[in-house]
Design a binder for this molecule. Structure first.
Ligand SMILES: Cc1ncc(COP(=O)(O)O)c(C=O)c1O
Length: 405
């Protein structure tokens, strides 16, 4: 077959990716070659979806729920999601403010494309380190990416003063993510109040509140920017089933915003048509059914957090804060790199994979490094206690051998 003469667009050429998937492919290949790898790469719960959720999916199939649904989602799920998101944020949300999608992820692109114009110089402020899809979609949408650095000294929140300095009259959208991927940091009440004060001075800016880890907060309660005075109308609340009920593959996310709901619905019509009909019924069961499994998963993540943070801090050259939420540990490994002569976190990551048999992600997979904050790697601790103990022990052994002692 001869090569195509037709060119790929500049947009497609610039499309970023989630390196977790790239590293995962590398890990799978090593495993296929018979290597024994402990993987901390993938950001998804290692539990099955709750039994009653599985049953609801089976019932939906057996009950003939096989066709398209309205693009915004079945009314039962829009109602359940509205009640659920409202209850958690102390808001009254109407079902017609809610749009259901194939995961929360597609709404990142829909939000950027609904608030910025291609090539018009519109700016989007987003957290760095952060979920890589933010930057990728900002660039693919033809908007200007404006990174907002998360600071280790502030437990991986950003400094609100830095936010204010980044806002211009071209700023259209601010992306917030709490609890946060990859640092596990959370925006607490005082941070959110400071952000809200700033946003009141800049009414032209929309807020995308990525709250997909809302049920995985370990200290204090979950807080949303949308609950603060004047923030509701301009905030797109984004949440979903993936992380709370271990349903990543079921692909159900939902957003709430009154003005943008009809536009998001139109995006869904233009792309997926609707989220999986079967999964939507399972999501109703997840939201309205018993919450004990979701709660016990949260408790296990907290136990694992304490385990991995304590063990990582015993390794010379590692410094790891206890994350406030999600299921990620983000140790500073600047000194560890120096001890064994690695030029940076990416070189360190590769040595861990090939010499210690441990797969992690490096900070550069989550955007540029924060100036002055050193080198970091990410562990997803959505894995068993045994794997955590074994994986960290392998790293400790590798460090001892690499420094010759
Ligand atoms: C910060 C953040 N937002 C959104 C998502 C997407 O979640 P979903 O599975 O609902 O598309 C993820 C998944 O890893 C994430 O980490």
């Amino acid at each position: 077959m001869s090569a195509s003469q037709a060119a790929v667009s500049r947009r497609a050429g610039k499309l970023g990716t989630e390196n977790a998937f790239v590293v995962l492919a590398e890990v799978s290949e090593l495993a296929r070659q018979g290597q024994d790898i402990v993987s901390f790469c993938i950001g998804q719960p290692d539990f099955p979806a709750p039994e009653h959720v599985q049953q609801a999916g089976i019932d939906a199939i057996r009950g003939g729920r096989h066709g398209y649904t309205p693009s915004a989602g079945i009314p039962e799920l829009r109602e359940a999601a509205a009640r659920y998101m409202g209850r958690m944020r102390d808001l009254t949300i109407a079902p017609d403010e809610v749009v259901v999608g194939a995961g929360a992820k597609p709404f990142i692109a829909y939000a950027i494309m609904s608030t910025t114009d291609h090539g018009a110089g519109d700016e989007v402020i987003y957290p760095v380190p952060g979920f890589p899809i933010y930057e990728s979609q900002i660039v693919a949408s033809g908007a200007k990416p404006v990174p907002l650095y998360l600071r280790e000294s502030r437990a991986f929140a950003f400094d609100p003063n830095e936010l204010e300095d980044l806002i211009t009259d071209r700023t259209r959208l601010l992306i917030l993510n709490s609890p946060q991927n990859p640092t596990g940091g959370i925006l607490g009440r005082s941070d959110l109040e400071a952000i809200a004060d700033i946003m009141r001075r800049h009414p032209q800016v929309w807020i995308y509140a990525d709250e997909i880890y809302s049920r995985l907060v370990f200290e204090g309660g979950f807080e949303s920017i949308a609950s603060l005075p004047d923030m509701r109308a301009r905030t797109i609340i984004s949440d979903g089933c993936s992380k709370t009920w271990a349903m990543t593959g079921w692909r159900i996310g939902f957003v709430a915003n009154e003005a943008l709901a009809p536009i998001f619905t139109r995006w869904v019509t233009n792309t997926d048509s609707c989220a999986s009909h079967i999964s939507q019924w399972a999501a109703v069961a997840a939201i309205d059914g018993p919450q004990d499994e979701a709660e016990s998963m949260r408790a296990k993540f907290l136990e694992r957090r304490d385990l991995i943070v304590a063990r990582l801090n015993e390794i010379p050259g590692f410094r790891c804060q206890a994350s406030g939420g999600a299921f990620y540990a983000w140790p500073n490994v600047t000194e560890a790199c120096q001890i064994i002569g690695c030029s940076d976190s990416e070189a360190f990551r590769k040595r861990l994979l090939h010499e210690a048999g441990v797969a992690v992600l490096a900070d550069i997979h989550f955007g540029e490094r924060v100036p002055g904050d050193g080198q970091h790697i990410r562990f997803s601790y959505a894995t068993s206690n045994e794997s955590i103990i074994e994986g960290v022990e392998r790293i400790a052994r590798f460090m001892r051998q690499a420094r010759g002692g």
